[in-house]
Unconditional design. Structure first.
Length: 358
């Protein structure tokens, strides 16, 4: 078929124009543009330590059987998850993003409501719209905490509601007590996004034993250092596991990623080291930043760059060899914030130099 005006009609209305996921700028291009040999990459909340040795070992071993389809239920990975967390029902997906998409696909008919506590991670809204859902944004308080009363009022009749704690991009932690209150009032499912929970003081897992309308999403991309492998998983209620499996893409993960995740979950030293380092970094930024830093339970902080806009500050950092994330593209946020994550020592050092000169 020829590329013409005709072909545009083939595309779903949703994808003819409009927004997609916003990625951090490409560091290689940036380095070239501003003449830096290397760029401090502090925009994507990745683990600065490189991959865990045990994850690499797992991947090496998996390569020799890559001509075979994966184990359909990823039993090694699931067994390791049980060893790590205890005996919960688990599901897996291509990143937590894949888990989010599958949960929405499994639960939401076109026209039904998906509720979000905004500003927050943008993929929930994109995935919900792709499913034809009606997305309802429930604003957080001025300090980015969740006002449980207004959240419950807005999310009560939603098929699925998303709440991120620690929240991306603000870092805000919602206490488990508040999550309990919310779970008791909702008619639908609460998807609690715990992508950064390992860096916080909270543990929401015990709630799984008491509520059958709770899904807790986790990722191997942050503390476990496997962003490139695309592995996510979730704690789900037992009634939901077979439903998820019906809705999921067959096999969910590739064998190499599954083996990497299995190795990384067993590398306790790497995990401990990452958490210790990140918490020290967080304390230091909070103390030493000349610009206000919001309280964070994650491996990143949100910084108020007023009177500069997020984009202006991000551009200034880029010119000085540091990649940070402007928060402008997060729906529902005032435009004077950047998000910065912990990096390697040299990256953090450069960041401090630049922010002092902002
Ligand atoms: C990074 C992130 C995820 C998903 O990460 P994956 O790489 O898809 O596993 C999910 N939620 C939040 C809030 C994140 O920041």
């Amino acid at each position: 078929m020829q590329q013409s005006g005709q072909s545009v009609k083939l595309i779903r209305d949703l994808y003819r124009e409009g927004t997609s996921y916003v990625f951090a700028r490409n560091p290689e291009e940036l380095a070239k543009e501003y003449g830096f040999e290397r760029i401090a990459r502090l925009a994507s909340n990745e683990n600065p330590f490189g991959p865990s040795k045990m994850a690499m070992k797992g991947m090496e071993l998996a390569i020799s059987s890559i001509h075979r389809y994966p184990d359909t239920i990823h039993s090694d990975l699931v067994k390791t998850l049980v060893d790590y967390h205890g005996d919960f029902p688990f599901v897996t997906g291509v990143g937590m993003d894949g888990v989010i998409e599958t949960c929405i696909r499994a639960l939401v008919n076109p026209g039904e409501t998906v509720a979000l506590s905004t500003p927050t991670f943008s993929f929930y809204g994109l995935a919900a719209k792709a499913q034809g859902a009606d997305v309802r944004n429930i604003p957080r308080s001025k300090d980015f905490s969740v006002d449980t009363r207004s959240f419950i009022a807005g999310a009560k009749d939603a098929k699925i509601a998303f709440l991120c704690t620690p929240n991306n991009p603000s870092g805000t932690v919602t206490p488990p007590e508040d999550i309990k209150t919310i779970l008791e009032q909702l008619n639908g499912v609460l998807f609690l996004d715990n992508a950064y929970v390992e860096f916080s003081d909270e543990d929401y897992r015990p709630l799984m034993k008491r509520y059958d309308n709770l899904i807790i999403g986790r990722t191997m991309s942050k503390v476990f250092g496997l962003a490139g492998c695309r592995v996510g998983y979730a704690f789900v209620p037992s009634w939901f596991k077979p439903v998820y499996e019906k809705a999921a893409t067959p096999f969910t993960l590739n064998s190499i990623s599954a083996a990497a995740a299995t190795g990384a979950l067993q590398d306790h030293e790497y995990i401990k080291k990452t958490i210790r380092y990140t918490r020290e970094w967080r304390e230091r930024v909070t103390k030493e930043s000349p610009k206000p830093v919001l309280p964070s339970g994650a491996n990143f902080v949100m910084i108020d760059t007023s009177p500069m806009t997020g984009d202006q500050a991000t551009e200034y950092f880029a010119k000085n060899g540091v990649l940070v994330r402007s928060c402008r593209s997060f729906p529902g946020i005032a435009d004077h914030y950047i998000r910065v994550c912990a990096g390697e020592e040299w990256e953090n050092k450069r960041f401090f130099e630049v922010i002092r000169s902002l």
